[in-house]
Design a protein around this ligand. Sequence first.
Ligand SMILES: [Zn+2]
Length: 270
Amino acid sequence: MDISLMPGDWLIFQKDMVLVKSKFPLILPKTEDTPLFADRLLSRGELSPARGGYLWGEYPPEEELPWGFEPVGLRELWGLGGDLLFQSAGTAFQFMDWQRTSRFCSRCGGPMVPGDEDRAFACEKCGYLSYPVITPAVIVAVTKEEKLLLARSFHFPKGRYSVLAGFVEPGESLEEAVRREILEEVSLKVKDVTYFGSQPWPFPHSLMLGFTARWEEGEITPDGKEIEDAGWYTPDTLPVMPPSNSISRQLINSWLKGTQDLRSPKNDGQ
Ligand SMILES: [Zn+2]
């Protein structure tokens, strides 16, 4: 279900959770609820009109919630409220998280204040500027003929497999990050690294950059540190998959569609 807020409605966070008035049906705080929480907020802001124009705020982590409110995680909110709400809540969460981690200068320890220009906090003592953090990570669907590489990380829910992912390191291109991650995690060399699409991933501030690649050489050897198990899968042997709207699942679905097109009658004899 896709629910949408109205400009001026609230996304309130306590720690990493979103506060809602009800989960079933999903009801978020409205403008008329402002007296319940507004004077307690540690920070607040407003999303741009393009992001819905919603207000956001950070509720004190140790304080009891306003009566009738309950916390839900961002992933659960995604399931309850749909993509648009998840995108807005993820954006608000990243601004909130940036503000709560920018109260003091990471260079000299001085207090930070909102900067005059740009979207930045400035240090009152040394002038250091702190911008919102975005951490790029690559996520890759590697294929070998009709088969797709799927792997299991130690921290995945029981039974789940997905495409491989990893953070981009300083000094490398996205394509280099793809080749390094695949080599480090499963000892395979890949070629034809091709951009697929991207997805903001507010856990806490990643940007997932999706790629496809083709196997070049090597036998799958899980590293035993990040990756517990990995293998080549066909459409008929798929294990438990990631949630339906994640970019990992989009990559898998795109591969599935490609294999179906290959198998469809119109391709017979080609
Ligand atoms: Zn400073």
